[in-house]
Ligand binder design. Sequence first.
Ligand SMILES: Nc1ncnc2c1ncn2[C@@H]1O[C@H](COP(=O)(O)OP(=O)(O)OP(=O)(O)O)[C@@H](O)[C@H]1O
Length: 306
Amino acid sequence: MSAPLVLSARSVAKRFGDFEALCALDLEVKTGECVGLLGPNGAGKSTFIGCLYGVVQRTGGELEVFGMDPAGQARAIKRRIGVVPQENALDEGLTVLENMRIYARFSGLKKASADERILQLLERMSLETKRDATINTLSGGMKRRLTFVRALLADPELLILDEPTTGLDPSVRHLLWETVTSLRSQGKTILVTTHYMHEAEVLCDRIVILDQGKVVAAGAPRELIAQETPGYVGIFSGDAQEDIRPHLKADWEFFHQGHQCCVRAPAFDDLLELQKSAGVDALQLRPANLEDVYLKLTGSELKQHD
Ligand SMILES: Nc1ncnc2c1ncn2[C@@H]1O[C@H](COP(=O)(O)OP(=O)(O)OP(=O)(O)O)[C@@H](O)[C@H]1O
């Protein structure tokens, strides 16, 4: 028997005046899944997330979170979710503990058990020594970890993470990845948006790529790579393209990424042979990855609406 649905979106639409931020978006997320929502700036990821807990009112389609419609039951939904929004939205003048106590009260936690839970989560996020520090004395990475503490206070069933690791150093990013992985193994459902393809590949069971308010691809990371960009990629300096072009085969793909040029071929040996016949050395040879899929499906150029 398959796991019950945590969220179900059918033809969800959102218009801001004449502009369609979401158009006929379909998505289902099952209990215990970790789903990555990817897409260019302006694709509609945050708008969709806002629709899930009633911060944004959809203008069309059907949407259910835990079987409830966010348009009328946002409060009941909010009690079961934890959100790490793009902006930390902490009260800068208050201390860490004061901020978390206010949120715990909003979440209906009893005072005595709330303090215990707050301290336990602060320790988990290596923030225990900062409990009496005011927010405006914390670094960006500390504030982000504190936003995770806040999202986890009420032990939510669904965790929504909107670009959780943007701008963080690798050690904080890895700490947050460990946290997400451990929540996954406890059976929590996670919806995460990110612009880091490696992060999505590492964390997510399933990837959903949005572009201009629509789902353009969905599947497990490995499945998407095998479907959309199978094979291996050689990255060469831009100067090498004249040497390379005469040796390309019909089923290979040639494309530019910034000032470099790239070749995608079915086998690793194809690229070794290309180096030899063209007399050039690649800067890098690697298996195709999620970034290749993303760039193929969404294009690497800036979109008009961004
Ligand atoms: N309140 C609003 N009024 C008008 N347009 C809006 C509003 N909120 C979002 N939009 C537009 O809707 C589109 C989708 O925005 P959204 O923030 O959902 O994109 P995103 O995929 O989350 O982008 P990013 O990766 O940059 O966070 C954008 O073109 C944005 O300008």
